[in-house]
Design a protein around this ligand. Structure first.
Ligand code: IMP
Length: 191
């Protein structure tokens, strides 16, 4: 089976190829010569994942999937959510995003949060949505320096370390993206 993953992110491609195994050939946007800036204009993760998958399906006519992820903070009514990358401005500056979030949580005792990944799959015109969640809370300060994005301030339930203090393997075995990808994999096995 051949599927286009609407990304050029090497880490995501590697992770997903590992999980899906040799049964599924995962192609990147570069592999199909798509160099378009696909707009992400929806106000939900589902909406953005669908926009990207539909764009590829309609323009290239290939089976495909796309993902979108957000960090949802309880006391901020789910923010930054779909705007996680751009929380502190258009430049997707992780440090500025974390500082803004820590600032907005100053003095708040409820620090419950979750990462949520949504994957939209289109096969032969049929759309399916899968999601993966990891629950946890926002630390008082940044800890650790591996990973990316909000990893230094997110502590998953059951752990005392932040995602940025874990090895890639440890994080990837419990992550939102891993859980969504596992659901995608389970579905693909039924086809
Ligand atoms: P994307 O949809 O995968 O591009 O994720 C959107 C934004 O969410 C990223 O720019 C990061 O700020 C944040 N994010 C997504 N996944 C993670 C993660 O595993 N750790 C930390 N931050 C993440």
């Amino acid at each position: 089976m051949k599927l286009v993953f609407a990304t050029n992110n090497k880490h995501k491609l590697e992770e997903i190829r590992d999980i899906l195994g040799s049964r599924v050939e995962v192609l990147s946007l570069n592999d199909i010569n798509c160099h378009d800036e696909i707009p992400e204009t929806a106000d939900t993760l589902e909406g953005n994942a669908l926009i990207k998958a539909r764009y590829i399906y309609e323009k290239y006519g290939v089976d495909c999937f796309a993902d979108d992820t957000g960090l949802e903070v309880d006391v901020l009514n789910g923010a930054p959510g779909v705007y996680s990358a751009r929380y502190a401005g258009e430049s997707n500056d992780s440090k500025a995003n974390m500082n803004k979030l820590l600032q907005n949580l100053t003095g708040k005792s409820n620090r419950i949060a979750q990462f949520r990944t949504v994957i939209a799959l289109i096969i032969k015109g049929e759309e399916k949505i899968f999601d993966g969640i990891v629950k946890g809370f926002i630390a008082e300060e940044k800890k650790g320096d591996s990973g990316f994005g909000y990893d230094p301030i997110f502590i998953p339930d059951g752990f005392s370390e932040s995602f940025a203090q874990m090895t890639n393997e440890q994080k990837n075995s419990i992550s939102h993206r891993f859980r969504a990808t596992e659901k995608l994999n389970d579905y693909l096995k039924t086809l």
